[in-house]
Write a protein that binds this ligand. Structure first.
Ligand SMILES: [Zn+2]
Length: 212
């Protein structure tokens, strides 16, 4: 026998009547029940989970292209399709890096520790800062590079864009090798692609192109 409080609660639930509208799925973030980006962003920003949670607001202000903006967002959500993420989603049972054979290919590995990524950053980051650059938590790493260009970079001009471009081309290069069996890519080609992309973005006026 159920407790009386539960029975009363069940008795208080009205059965659907024929002239009532049908039940529908609705978004809880708006009074209309309709999903909007604005309401989702507002909910996301209201959740204070730690010192780096302002990263979402920082990514919203990012001045590069939307493609790189979404990529940065996914990096910080730990949702890019690394092999460890594929294992977590049961798409695969092999979390190893397809480039260097390291046991776990996660965001940290693919964007910072894999040899081609590491050598790329070595070209761009001041020698005395490289250890700190590699040790930061991923959200703190993205946040720091988007907001504080003088923290790590040898050349801080437009570092926000250069940083995001290098992350993107490291990831693209990894995908070219893993999915299209292209030859291994060098840090030189990653840097060339990122620099060419940066010139295009600056020329298009998407950057203030001022030393910061
Ligand atoms: Zn690797």
């Amino acid at each position: 026998m159920l407790p009386i409080s539960i029975l009363l609660r069940i008795a208080a639930i009205k059965c659907p009547l024929p002239h009532f509208p049908r039940d529908e799925l609705g978004w809880n973030g708006t009074t209309s029940g309709k999903f909007t980006i604005k309401s989702a962003y507002s909910i996301r920003c209201s959740v204070d989970e730690g010192p780096n949670e302002d990263i979402w607001r920082i990514i919203m202000r990012y001045k590069g292209t939307q493609l790189q903006q979404i990529f940065l967002w996914m990096v910080c959500c730990d949702k890019i399709m690394t092999n460890s993420e594929r294992v977590r989603r049961h798409f695969s049972n092999d979390a190893r890096c397809g480039l260097c054979g390291a046991d776990i290919e996660d965001v940290d590995h693919v964007l910072r520790r894999c040899p081609q990524a590491y050598l790329t950053w070595k070209e761009l980051i001041r020698d005395e800062k490289i250890d700190e650059f590699l040790k930061l938590d991923i959200k703190a790493w993205v946040k720091c590079n988007l907001t504080n260009p003088r923290m790590f970079a040898k050349v801080p001009i437009d570092w926000e864009l250069m940083f995001s471009g290098v992350c993107w081309y490291i990831w693209k290069s990894r995908n070219a090798v893993v999915f299209r069996n292209e030859d291994g890519v060098s840090q030189r080609s990653i840097l060339e692609q990122a620099r060419a992309w940066l010139v295009t973005i600056v020329a298009a006026g998407m950057s203030q192109a001022q030393p910061r």
